[in-house]
Design a protein around this ligand. Structure first.
Ligand SMILES: *[C@@H]1O[C@H](CO)[C@@H](O)[C@H](O)[C@H]1NC(C)=O
Ligand SMILES: *[C@@H]1O[C@H](CO)[C@@H](O)[C@H](O)[C@H]1NC(C)=O
Ligand SMILES: *[C@@H]1O[C@H](CO)[C@@H](O)[C@H](O)[C@H]1NC(C)=O
Ligand SMILES: *[C@@H]1O[C@H](CO)[C@@H](O)[C@H](O)[C@H]1NC(C)=O
Ligand SMILES: *[C@@H]1O[C@H](CO)[C@@H](O)[C@H](O)[C@H]1NC(C)=O
Ligand SMILES: *[C@@H]1O[C@H](CO)[C@@H](O)[C@H](O)[C@H]1NC(C)=O
Length: 469
């Protein structure tokens, strides 16, 4: 009897300890002051929600605590475990806090920030109404986890948010919350494209990438821009106009290595796609997901996983020798038929798991990284996709690669073209798009009333073509 009592006491104490550990850690003791609302803002139905926690359940809070204890979100040290963590602790710690994105979900809010070295540090979520006036008394002490992400509870009427290190700090410009409270995801398959940098022409790849993945069932694309030429930007603008893509421009006063931006892009895109897309792939513009079974697209394969707990699919990596130059400008449709990567480059290495990429259910993932999930929410699992069914082709440069052009030297290279039935159809779709964007028809001056060109001092298209052409 005494023994049972003692065991019970010990168990109770342990549970109490764990409870306090988790609860205190998440600052679930909210400010006791009532939030002060001005009555200048109309509060929409969806915004009457107030939450007191960022974890949907005790189990989720527990696993989050465990991930933090295990230090699962130290990006650079994760990737280079041989280097000591302290080596990276101060990585660009002189940058001011600024916001990359802010998303409102049914139960909480996520904010992505530009930090690269603040993981596990306490910060304050700050909330603002429609007029960007702070909701006095609403701030909440949270923590940066994973790296570059802060989860905050919901506040009634909050339309803008910001993050500060101290409760009374002047907040960086509050950002408008992006609406992500959908009954069901708007898209079933979307793609996060790694941030754009460098000078390689991208216009043909952008069109090919989007048209190809649409054929595999993707309906939305998230782009992050570090640098892009104005010529390449035109095709991107076209897809943005048609609602196929969302473009986030990464502007910041602090310069940093491109690689740091890729890490931030992954975190931002994970939050951006959560509750907006059921499945999200994280790949680069020089990569393509290909299904290999006849008449079966990637979305068909994903739909077969409905009702299971699979939340990450790892895709085998097929390196394709990219040993040619990408054309800088559109010429004609023959050029497109010849130049689309899917037709031009067909020499591949065998499928491998090194540097594979993943497709995830963003709402079920705790920590994402470039190549794979670091932490799944409890109850979900990860699978490896059979290379007979699906591969992801990576057009790996052998001429201009920043990190080594000799990668194919010791690989067994063989010719693995994609069927011409497929590449013909793809070329047709790409041509239609790029023609619309890049082919210009000179003004027929015999049809233009003189008044149109003489009444304003704008360049006269009958005199010479506009500079933008
Ligand atoms: C930044 O990191 C360096 C190196 O770890 C450290 O010496 C310095 O105090 C840090 N500065 C700030 C502002 O945290
Ligand atoms: C997503 O899948 C559901 C269920 O299969 C379907 O009803 C819906 O139309 C799909 N949405 C899109 C955007 O394709
Ligand atoms: C694929 O679809 C086409 C057209 O819908 C059909 O003619 C063909 O038989 C299908 N092939 C297979 C293997 O199902
Ligand atoms: C998925 O996980 C939940 C709990 O995490 C479990 O109740 C359910 O049975 C699982 N479903 C399948 C199909 O494995
Ligand atoms: C290929 O193998 C040779 C001989 O083992 C080695 O010297 C060379 O570094 C390898 N190349 C690459 C790119 O791994
Ligand atoms: C310009 O317009 C006139 C009048 O409509 C037409 O006759 C002529 O063929 C056009 N020229 C060109 C080059 O399209």
């Amino acid at each position: 009897m005494k023994r049972t009592f003692r065991i019970c006491l010990v168990i109770t104490l342990i549970l109490l300890f764990v409870y306090l550990l988790v609860i205190v850690d998440y600052g679930e003791f909210t400010s006791p002051l009532p939030i002060i609302y001005s009555n200048q803002c109309h509060i929409s139905d969806w915004n009457h929600v107030e939450t007191h926690s960022i974890s949907p359940s005790f189990r989720n809070a527990m696993s989050r605590h465990l991930w933090m204890t295990l230090d699962l979100s130290r990006e650079v040290s994760n990737l280079h475990s041989t280097l000591s963590i302290s080596h990276f602790q101060g990585s660009q710690n002189y940058t001011q806090l600024s916001l990359i994105g802010a998303y409102v979900y049914p139960k909480y809010i996520s904010i992505t920030i530009n930090s690269q070295s603040m993981v596990k540090q306490s910060v304050y979520c700050r909330y603002f109404d429609c007029k960007r006036n702070e909701l006095v008394g609403s701030e909440w002490k949270g923590v940066i986890f994973p790296e570059s992400v802060v989860h905050c509870p919901r506040r009634k009427g909050a339309e803008f948010v910001s993050v500060t290190e101290e409760m009374r700090d002047e907040p960086p410009t509050p950002m408008k919350l992006k609406y992500r409270i959908y009954e069901r995801p708007v898209h079933n398959l979307s793609i996060c494209v790694a941030a754009f940098y460098g000078n390689e022409p991208k216009w043909i790849q952008i069109a090919e990438f989007i048209e190809h993945h649409k054929m595999e069932g993707a309906t939305f694309f998230y782009f992050h821009i570090g640098h892009i030429s104005s010529y390449d930007r035109r095709i991107l603008d076209e897809y943005q106009n048609s609602g196929d893509i969302e473009v986030k421009v990464l502007q910041e006063k602090y310069e940093r290595p491109f690689y740091a931006w890729q890490l931030i892009e992954i975190q931002d895109c994970h939050m951006r796609s959560k509750y907006h897309s059921k499945w999200t792939a994280f790949i680069d513009i020089d990569e393509r997901i290909h299904t290999t079974e006849k008449n079966k697209t990637f979305i068909d394969i994903l739909n077969e996983l409905d009702g299971t707990n699979v939340s990450e699919i790892k895709m085998p990596h097929v390196k394709v020798v990219k040993n040619g130059e990408t054309p800088p400008k559109y010429e004609n449709s023959e050029q497109i038929k010849r130049e689309i990567f899917t037709r031009k480059y067909t020499k591949t290495a065998p499928p491998a798991w090194f540097a594979s990429k993943a497709v995830i259910r963003p709402d079920r993932i705790g920590i994402m990284s470039i190549h794979e999930v670091i932490a799944l929410e409890p109850g979900y699992k990860s699978i490896e996709m059979d290379s007979e069914k699906l591969t992801f082709r990576h057009y790996k440069d052998t001429l201009h690669r920043v990190s080594g052009n000799d990668w194919a030297q010791n690989e067994t290279i063989s010719d693995n073209p994609i069927s011409s039935e497929y590449t013909d159809l793809l070329a047709k779709k790409v041509i239609e798009k790029v023609k619309f964007v890049y082919e210009k028809v000179p003004a027929n001056c015999s049809t233009i009333p003189v008044y149109m060109t003489s009444s304003r001092y704008f360049p006269d298209p009958c005199d010479k073509m506009l500079l933008t052409w």
